[in-house]
Design a protein around this ligand. Structure first.
Ligand SMILES: [Zn+2]
Length: 90
């Protein structure tokens, strides 16, 4: 599944995804945002989402779409799974 859709993420139990500022023609400014999947079109693919992302900090167009790892680890903790400390806090 190289280009998952919003519906795929929801099916995997994700509620949010993170998008990092990453314009294709220059370095990103480091800004990132967490987006609620429920607010997006379920048929939206990761590549389309990445292309359409616009950074609210620098105005750069284009982002890198990642799993919301903070939420991911939170679910693992809630499920009683061992989670190593040291995940960078934002
Ligand atoms: Zn930016």
């Amino acid at each position: 599944m190289s280009d998952p859709t919003v519906a795929d993420w929801i099916a995997e139990g994700e509620a949010t995804i993170a998008i990092f500022c990453s314009p294709p023609n220059r370095d990103g400014c480091g800004h990132s945002a967490v987006v609620r999947l429920a607010t997006l079109d379920p048929r939206m693919t990761r590549s389309r989402l990445a292309r359409r992302a616009v950074c609210s900090a620098c105005g750069g167009r284009g982002g890198q779409v990642m799993r919301d790892m903070a939420a991911h680890y939170e679910r693992m903790r809630a499920a009683g799974m061992p989670v190593l400390d040291g995940y960078p806090q934002t």
